[in-house]
Write a protein that binds this ligand. Structure first.
Ligand SMILES: Cc1cc2nc3c(=O)[nH]c(=O)nc-3n(C[C@H](O)[C@H](O)[C@H](O)COP(=O)(O)O)c2cc1C
Length: 335
């Protein structure tokens, strides 16, 4: 019998759990079509940033107020509407509309920001442009020594609440791993309106250029070891909070994807592996995943999802501290 590989994630029915996460891979219609052709279950468009939306809105205000002061024509409706300026935000909407026209798989739009503000209204426009769901990436690095963990968490919650008010489509929240109590934060995010968590954001690290003595942000594609952190936490959260989970960070091949599903991911996102190997990698992975499911007598992905989460695992202690001392004797020198 051939296992059913469909899955549900964030209120969406997917033909399979493999998704292209936000990256340059989802930036053009050509690569989106190639990803669909290779069999990807859904795509997340690259993010639209708070700073872009705010900057363009301020720039428009500035031009508009200057012009209304100076030109009589402006009073007679001569000036173009904001929408007529060829802005990055408008280009984003056009890309979304085109992606929806060209693709038959779900298309998820992404907003990236940290503060509750006027920019969150943009979520409504993404919904109106046809986004099947919205992913909110809270890319927040706290630097204020007076801000407590609770203050930082409240910023996340305020933002999620504000975006939730704007849209009725499913809302996924992409977070990092740096919370003192991730289960508590996940519960609060769910109560604030999140339907799914995308775990984890990779916060790109700054580096130092010794030639120029400058701090330079570097984007390095993820190593396979990056998978272990989100795998542990999805394994712990699965079944404890009523949320869907997508894994992101370190999924490179079919076995990574299968492990992620076993601990409880509903969807498996990839950026680095697709940038390295191209969209065709998805087809290869799907073939290998299907073969593994069939060989291991799984009827469906739904049946295997979460079967090795902390609540269902034969060795739940491996997710936490039990056997910690024993585990330290099993180190390997492999990277
Ligand atoms: C070049 C590049 C651009 C990215 N752009 C975005 C983005 O616009 N929004 C976002 O939420 N994540 C972005 N990401 C993060 C990826 O979606 C993904 O979460 C991260 O790379 C970890 O997954 P991976 O190990 O499969 O690469 C980007 C990643 C890369 C490498």
């Amino acid at each position: 019998m051939t296992a059913d590989i469909t899955t549900t994630y964030c209120g969406l029915e997917l033909s399979n759990p493999l998704m292209a996460s936000a990256s340059p891979m989802t930036e053009t219609i050509e690569s989106l079509l190639a990803l669909e052709e290779a069999g990807v279950g859904a795509v997340v468009l690259p993010s639209l940033w708070e700073e872009q939306i705010e900057h363009e809105a301020m720039e428009f205000q500035r031009i508009y107020s200057l012009s209304t002061d100076q030109f009589a024509e402006s009073l007679s409706g001569f000036l173009p509407e904001y929408d007529d300026y060829g802005t990055r935000t408008e280009a984003y909407l056009e890309h979304l509309v085109e992606a929806k026209e060209e693709l038959s798989i779900p298309v998820i739009a992404s907003l990236n920001g940290t503060t509750r503000g006027g920019w969150v209204h943009y979520a409504k426009r993404l919904e109106a442009a046809g986004a099947d769901a919205l992913e909110l990436n809270v890319y927040l690095i706290p630097t204020d020594p007076y801000a407590t963990g609770a203050d930082v968490e409240q910023r996340y919650l305020d933002l999620v609440e504000a975006v939730r008010k704007e849209v009725s489509i499913p809302l996924a929240v992409k977070i990092g791993p740096y919370f003192s109590s991730l289960p508590n934060m996940a519960r609060q995010l769910q109560e604030a309106g999140a339907d799914a968590l995308v775990m984890f954001n990779r916060f790109f690290q700054p580096d130092i250029d010794l030639e120029t003595l400058e701090v330079v942000p570097r984007v390095r594609l993820s190593p396979p070891t990056a998978l272990l952190l989100p795998m542990r936490w999805i394994g712990i959260l699965r079944g404890t909070v009523p949320l869907d989970f997508a894994i992101t960070s370190g999924v490179h091949d079919a076995s990574d994807a299968l492990k992620a599903l076993l601990v409880g991911a509903d969807a498996v996102m990839m950026a680095s592996a697709l940038l390295r190997n191209g969209p065709g990698h998805v087809a290869e992975m799907l073939g290998e995943m299907q073969a593994w499911l069939d060989e291991n007598d799984y009827e469906s992905i739904e049946q295997m999802k979460g079967s090795m989460s902390i609540g269902s695992s034969p060795n739940p202690g491996a997710f936490v501290r039990t056997n910690y001392m024993k585990m330290l004797t099993t180190y390997s020198t492999a990277p």
